[in-house]
Design a protein around this ligand. Structure first.
Ligand code: UDP
Length: 373
């Protein structure tokens, strides 16, 4: 009989969906048709107003009212406030959650989002107590408290800090496994050389800086690209910019005349190949992009972070010597220029990044989830 797994995500950024897709792919690799996965965004597809607008509100909130996001994040760290939010949501949204679980019957429900790790499971437990639950934490060091429901059957921690925080929040240690952050299975394939990857992507064989800013292409990407172009004009180099869902940004970059080759792209499916083609990465400190860059041994300059859940990612990367944080576009460009001009200086970083990487995390987590089926 086919066993069914329901992944709960929200399309706030690109990381939660990418992780759920990686896990679904890994379950498929391990079990073929014996396990079927569903990936659902309950905010977009089921929630009552105003939570149904949460995915769409995320980007404007971060970009235009960072202070408000930071305040909400701080509030959520207080047990009294997140418990109140959890209980209110459980009551208020329970009819929609019942509908979700009726539409998507499952043997195992896996949350891949902090706001979906408590309330839906409470509704589920009241109605279908036999359904198992798991949480896969897709934040790194500073994961919000809402991730950790003590009643969960299995909690997958992305790193030691998350494992310790889950335990402090009351998750029994026997139910916590530290297996890394799930990334697509292609990151565990034998590496493709930079020359080969550039050829496959139709890029010139030049030292390449890759610029990313999460699934939404948020933050001062244009200023960073301008500073990079100004710093690299007198050496052989090219810049590839992955704008994600930010199409206006892609169009503006495409309409600009640059002193070095600049390739602006929209949302691309084959990030592993683009990362393989690059000599270094400039990125927002998103946990997914960081885990992927580590798997590719790609030296990274972290250029910004979402205050709160991404704050700790900066020290995580710097402490392990896998990259640096530079805030000003001029500083970012100077660092990239140094790495591209003298690749041997970046070699030590490459090696440290690879040592920290967990390229098979999705398969390891899928095996652990399978034990609940
Ligand atoms: N991503 C992608 N295609 C794109 C841009 C981003 O597949 O064009 C993926 C990227 O590989 C990563 C995720 O989106 O897996 C971004 O996650 P991250 O945690 O870095 O940032 P978020 O977007 O969630 O803030």
């Amino acid at each position: 009989m086919t066993r069914r797994v329901l992944f709960l995500i929200s399309d706030t950024g690109g990381g939660h969906r990418a992780s759920a897709e990686a896990l679904a792919e890994a379950l498929q690799r391990l079990h073929g048709p014996a396990v079927a996965s569903d990936i659902v965004d309950p905010f977009a597809e089921y929630a009552h107003w105003p939570l149904n607008h949460a995915p769409g509100a995320y980007l404007p909130l971060i970009n235009r009212a960072g202070w408000l996001w930071q305040t909400l994040w701080r509030l959520s760290a207080h047990p009294a406030s997140w418990r109140a939010a959890r209980d209110l949501t459980t009551i208020w949204q329970s009819d929609r959650m019942h509908q979700l679980f009726a539409d998507h019957p499952a043997d195992l429900v896996v949350s891949v989002h902090p706001l979906l790790s408590q309330a839906p499971q409470r509704t589920l437990r009241a109605r279908q107590p036999k359904t198992r639950t798991a949480t896969v934490v897709t934040d790194l060091v500073s994961a919000p408290r809402m991730w950790y429901a003590p009643e969960v059957d299995l909690l997958i921690a992305s790193c030691d800090e998350v494992g310790a925080a889950a335990q402090a929040a009351g998750v029994p240690p026997t139910r916590i496994r530290q297996l890394g952050l799930p990334i697509r299975l292609a990151f565990a394939e034998p590496p493709v050389s930079r020359v080969e990857a550039r050829a496959r992507l139709g890029l010139a064989d030049l030292p390449t800086a890759l610029v990313m800013s999460g699934g939404e292409g948020m933050g001062p990407v244009e200023q960073i690209v301008s500073a990079l172009a100004a710093a690299l004009w007198d050496q052989p180099a090219q810049i590839v910019v992955i704008c994600g869902r930010n199409m206006p940004l892609q169009h503006r970059l495409a309409a600009t005349k640059w002193p070095v080759p600049v390739t602006p792209l929209g949302f691309v499916a084959d990030i592993p190949l683009w990362m393989s083609a690059a000599d270094c990465l400039v990125t927002k400190a998103g946990p997914g992009s960081i885990a992927e860059a580590l798997a590719c041994g790609l030296p990274m300059v972290l250029s910004s972070f979402v205050p709160g859940q991404e704050t700790g990612n900066i020290s995580f990367v710097e402490r392990h010597g896998a990259g640096v944080y530079r805030r000003e576009p001029g500083e970012i460009a100077a660092q990239v220029r140094d790495w591209l001009a003298a690749p041997e200086t970046a070699e030590a970083i490459r090696q440290r990044a690879r040592r920290l990487a967990r390229p098979t995390a999705a398969l390891d987590i899928a095996s652990a989830l399978s034990e609940l089926l």
